[in-house]
Ligand binder design. Sequence first.
Ligand code: F6R
Length: 668
Amino acid sequence: MCGIVGYIGRRDAVPVLLEGLRSLEYRGYDSAGLAVIRRNRLQVTKTAGRVSDLRDRVDGRSRAPVGIGHTRWATHGEPNEVNAHPHTDAEGRIAVVHNGIIENAEQLRDALTDRGVKLVSDTDTEALAHMIAAEAERAASLEEAVRRALRHVEGTYGLVVLDVRHPGELVVARNGSPIVVGVGEAEMFVASDVAALVRYTKQVVYLEDAEMATVRATDFRTLPIDESGRRAAGSTVPTTVEAEAGDYELGPYQDFMRKEIHEQPEALRRALRGRLDDRFATARLGGIDLDARQLRSIRQVKFLGCGSAYYAGQMGALLVEELARIPSDAEPASEFRYRNPVVDPDTLYVAVSQSGETLDTLMAVQELKRKGGQVIGAVNVVGSAIGRECGSGVFLHAGPEIAVASTKALTNMAATFAMLALLLGRVRDLSAAAGQRIVAGLRALPGQMEEVLAAEPKIAEVARRFAAAEHMFFIGRVRGWPVAREGAQKLKEVSYVHAEAYQAAELKHGPLALINSSMPSVVVVPADELLGKHVSTIEQIRARGGPVIAVTSAGLPPSLADAVIGVPRGEPELEPLLLNIPLQLLAYHVAATLGRDIDKPRNLAKSVTVELVQGQQVRFGRAAGKRLLAPHDFAGRGAARAPALGELADHLQPASVLVLAACLAEPG
Ligand code: F6R
């Protein structure tokens, strides 16, 4: 949630930093600050308010060629001006901005106090500024000073350091918290998120974990933080980011969730572009580096993800079974990583994640790799940890997803899995004619989605009618089941209305007892071979006085339910993608009717990169005084031993793990 930005080059740093911080506002923050070097002096400006307050306070009278900025979401110490970043040493030589959590901050602060250093804030980051300043007195370079100081640090960080005595450079370091370098002409940018720099450059280099860089206006060099030489420095060849500055702006919308719902047809077109092969009626997924023989040898496909990514995986599993006739299932990565899974070398594991940073999914990938599993990623954010850990896979091309609730990423996940299923099917028994039908069905989807989105006013009206309900059921069968689960999830997270998803046939085994006039059910009705069964589910619910909202591609008559929301008829296997859209809009408009903070639902964060173990935050790195290895080490880059599962379990007992709330996720 915290945000970092840094600049060095030919422009005045202040407006660049302020604009960068403004672009990071969507992540949420409680205070902001920046530091620049002017006339050989460090000038720090902070506020416990918004970036606009910072803009009003900052001294813009003369140009500053270098500076760093930060938006903070309080973790150590209250959200006030003193605790806001940047933090400096006593002399005002060094300034630091930092995302992450220093787990041994207490020890470091005590050691500094014992040496007579007066700490002014309650933060973990301030200790870093003092430590780097002390090292800088002895070290030959700022880079060396930062490196030496980091030897004493346990925990996670993405950080940027500014030194008055080295005004021609910024030093950055990454361990578990993203840092990206933006390459311009005679200027360089650094940030925790490309959102802060796409306005200025599309050429970026993502720092690897355990890597640092010295950034100058005209060049930069990367090097491992660990100077033992066991790791090589990462690449400095930039990649081009797809995102546009407008992706981070609301434009005519009031919130990002609605904007992103409406972006789905375009996002889907991007995901399909260049990947559908008419000649052979198949899909081309360049990131999957397996030939036909290898594809044929896959005996099972297993999707692993969390929350909506898991439900997308369920949609994927159905598609793989239907089109490729390969056994397939999905499992929450958060369960998989804890249950000592049997890893089968002939199974293709697919790690699914929008952010590419979800800790549970990342840990599942590491466990799989350690056991020799074959894992590919389906990831939206390029350069993210899961994408890098998997090494191969498919990008979702959904564009930046900013609202906490996932919408367009889920659509692109499901569409990508349809292409994977098609690819696997066509090296097996799926006929060319059937493949052609799926190719045409996929091509038709964006236009059909536009039709669904055009029905928004009607869906909004249904949402207003039912917004007062305290509970809702979401009912689906086979293809409709993951859709129902995702619909319930969306309603819960953005409107806080309790929602439960049930498989239609399971209703009679218990939940029917809850049906009454104050328990509306959203029933997902694809126009498939089970249509008669879906209709009978609606009748059973209505016979018990339960109101029904039917979401259907089957052209049901309005009299069949209390509200009927229609979607166009697609290829049966692909209909979940269409049926899901009205459920997103329903959740959105219920939340809007109830006046919820739609883009930032309470207790949730966009990417869940931490856990809470008995009241203590644990990411990776060290926990409870015992060394755990950083995730890239698990992957066997040859640098380090993989920890035994039991060693992990010592620290991360499933029973005591609470998935984390917003203020703790992506800490800074
Ligand atoms: C729901 C939602 C979450 C995420 C989950 C996984 O709308 O956004 O359930 O889907 O936290 O996140 P990623 O896909 O980033 O791994």
